[in-house]
Ligand binder design. Structure first.
Ligand SMILES: Cc1ncc(COP(=O)(O)O)c(C=O)c1O
Length: 381
């Protein structure tokens, strides 16, 4: 049974603003008529704004994983050597995905909680000219660590650079063109405030060139077909998630109205407030201050508290949905998502619920301490 009011605070899916919800209940239109083409053109323009690119941003009907799969399909051939940074659950998934496509993966395995070691990436690439592409995760959603993908763009100058920005795009700065990133991938259901169903891929000039020689099979996710459909018909090659694209359009308009700089500043305030609050609860933060992402904050559970049980308790008792850690860290890490349609009051509610939940779990936590610490940040002190 769900509580009367459900408050979704995970790093995707995220709640949708009323304008986005409303866009989803409009009548479905045919994707082959001018009104859809107009909407799709507007979505494309606003996607170039949020990806900070003058290049193509393809809209795929899938989750982010599908879009990541499309990257290996469209830019690689079996046996191609690629460097994949694995510093968390999503880095690990990229390794698995690349191997599923029979790529020759050079895995840069790093401890959870560390950002991408760009110097090591640069050294590996310099030592092995056979590597044709390098892949990393910008915000490793399993740890809350944000990596320096500007530097990643620099050290990968001579190969195809691919960034999974699923939980960073729209929360932290991603300058696709300026930073020389060839492929950037995200999903609609996180900072872009859209229900699950669409994924976005920014494809730069070098990535398009790679598609010309890539021999991996592709059809549904064929980028060339997607680009041709946009250029010739203002549409997609196959039936897209029309309602979700209408919702994405509404969400992108909101982001444009707020302005990217303010969107990033708001997310940063939420991260800092959450971190101050969790610290006031006596919790250790998993990501260091210098690498803390703006979309999600990860805390280490005190001895004796299982994050999975705490998450269930908070949902059942307070209607607040947080998420435990991933894989081996499921019991020991707790993640608070604060990306997308979020403000300071959402953070305060999550912290208040946590105060109560931790007390129910037997922890000596003073009431309102986390709230006070977070309020100080939100007030700008
Ligand atoms: C960094 C990152 N990559 C990939 C994914 C996979 O996204 P999806 O579930 O939309 O396929 C996620 C989802 O949380 C993510 O955070």
């Amino acid at each position: 049974m769900m509580r009367y009011k459900y408050r979704l605070m995970v790093p995707g899916p995220t709640p949708t603003p009323p304008q986005v919800t409303a866009a989803g209940v409009l009548p479905v239109i045919d994707e082959r008529i001018p009104p859809f083409a107009e909407l799709f053109a507007e979505v494309g323009k606003n996607l170039r704004y949020v990806f900070q690119t003058g290049g193509d941003v393809l809209v795929l009907t899938s989750s982010t994983t599908g879009a990541l799969e499309s990257v290996f399909q469209n830019t690689c051939s079996p046996g191609d050597r690629v460097l994949v940074v694995n510093n968390g659950a999503f880095g690990e998934r990229l390794v698995d995905l690349a191997r599923a496509y029979r790529l020759d993966v050079v895995e840069q395995r790093q401890p959870w909680g560390t950002p991408v070691d760009n110097d090591a990436v640069g050294r590996t690439l310099a030592a092995d000219p056979a590597i044709g592409a390098a892949v990393c995760v910008h915000c490793e959603t399993s740890t809350g660590v944000l990596s320096d993908v500007r530097r990643f763009g620099e050290v990968t100058r001579n190969v195809l650079s691919i960034v999974d920005a699923a939980s960073s795009l729209g929360a932290d700065d991603v300058r696709t063109d300026e930073w020389g990133l060839d492929v950037v991938v995200t999903g609609g259901q996180k900072a872009l405030m859209t229900p699950p169903g669409v994924a976005l891929v920014a494809v730069g000039a070098r990535a398009w060139r790679a598609t010309e020689t890539a021999r991996n099979p592709r059809f549904y996710f064929d980028w060339g077909r997607a680009k041709t459909a946009v250029e010739t018909a203002g549409a997609t090659p196959w039936t897209p998630a029309i309602s979700t694209i209408m919702q994405l359009g509404a969400a992108l308009s909101l982001i444009r109205d707020e302005g990217l700089a303010e969107v990033f500043a708001r997310h940063r305030r939420l991260t800092l407030a959450t971190r101050a609050g969790l610290r006031a609860l006596g919790l250790r933060l998993f990501a260091a201050d210098e690498v803390a992402a703006s979309a999600v904050t990860t805390a280490v559970m005190p001895t004796g508290v299982d994050a999975r049980e705490l998450v269930t308790d908070l949902r059942e008792r307070d209607g607040v949905q947080l998420v435990p850690g991933s894989l081996d860290h499921a019991a020991t890490l707790l993640r608070v998502g604060h990306c997308g349609y979020m403000d300071g009051n959402d953070v305060l509610i999550a912290l208040a619920a946590l105060e109560r939940g931790l007390r129910r779990a037997g922890q000596k936590v003073p009431l309102a301490a986390a709230m006070a610490a977070a309020q100080e940040v939100l007030e700008g002190r």
